[in-house]
Design a protein around this ligand. Structure first.
Ligand SMILES: [Zn+2]
Length: 255
């Protein structure tokens, strides 16, 4: 299974990075983890055909994590002329929030008679959901976005990818990411504690409880991007046998 970071930035374009969007290519499915506002631009830049994507999994309903969907859907209808089904799975209220956003950005677009089968699924925290070979378990985290925010534990091709979403520390991250083959975790700050976001110091403090096989940091603030010790995209030994890396847009990992 291959994971490609199409966007690993924060909401504000820090470091010139695109909003959150990770593409996973598995044996029998391609799916996105989040689809932030800039995701269509990122897909064009990295020459990804949007029609290859079977499913979009959403961690939470902030614009830098789901705001690319109106553009994705309009492209599918008008430009890419999609014919295969698309599933969008997110937290409760995803359908209403998505249609409201579409109507605001492109009036009447929420009423389109889609040329492909579009299914919007609202997942419940703690309840696993399957789409073909992809199994997702959402865990409730702490972030303010008008709907329950999730960390996602995704199983496919016998491997596990966990994604923290945006959150301050909560023990549910341990359940979401325990022993994962890959844990993509927000590290917005280095050591500064703020509500609703994570810092690297806190993540490392809990790493022995999570013990992912590989940790990749995402959603970095200008403060984090400016630090020489995390700016270089190199593995660092943190004493827990964990391969520790900073995400870059365009980076490809084999899981
Ligand atoms: Zn957020």
């Amino acid at each position: 299974m291959e994971l490609r970071f199409l966007g690993c930035g924060d909401a504000f374009g820090s470091g010139g990075r695109f909003n959150t969007c990770f593409l996973v290519r598995a044996a029998r499915a391609s799916f996105l983890i989040d689809c932030g506002a800039s995701s269509m631009i990122a897909m064009r830049k990295f020459e990804i055909d949007p029609n290859e994507i079977d499913c979009v999994l959403l961690s939470h309903l902030h614009g830098d994590h789901f705001g690319g969907l109106p553009f994705f859907l309009l492209d599918a209808q008008l430009a890419s002329r999609r014919s295969k089904p698309l599933v969008i799975a997110g937290p409760p209220t995803t359908e209403r929030r998505l249609l409201d956003t579409m109507e605001c950005l492109f009036p009447r677009s929420s009423k389109i008679d889609w040329r492909f089968d579009l299914r919007i699924v609202e997942m419940a925290a703690g309840t696993s959901w399957h789409d073909g070979p992809v199994s997702v378990t959402p865990y409730l985290v702490r972030h303010q976005c008008g709907a329950p925010p999730f960390a996602l534990r995704i199983a496919c091709d016998g491997k596990t990818i966990a994604y923290s979403g945006d959150t301050e520390w909560t023990d549910s991250l341990i359940d979401a990411a325990r022993d994962a083959d890959l844990f993509i975790c927000e590290a917005y700050f280095h050591d500064k504690k703020v509500k609703f976001h994570l810092d690297l110091e806190t993540v490392l403090e809990h790493l022995d409880e999570i013990r992912p096989k590989r940790l990749v940091l995402t959603h970095l603030s200008p403060d984090m991007l400016g630090r020489a010790d995390v700016g270089a995209n190199v593995g660092v030994d943190v004493g827990a046998d964990v391969d520790w890396t900073v995400a870059e847009d365009g980076m490809v990992l084999t899981v």
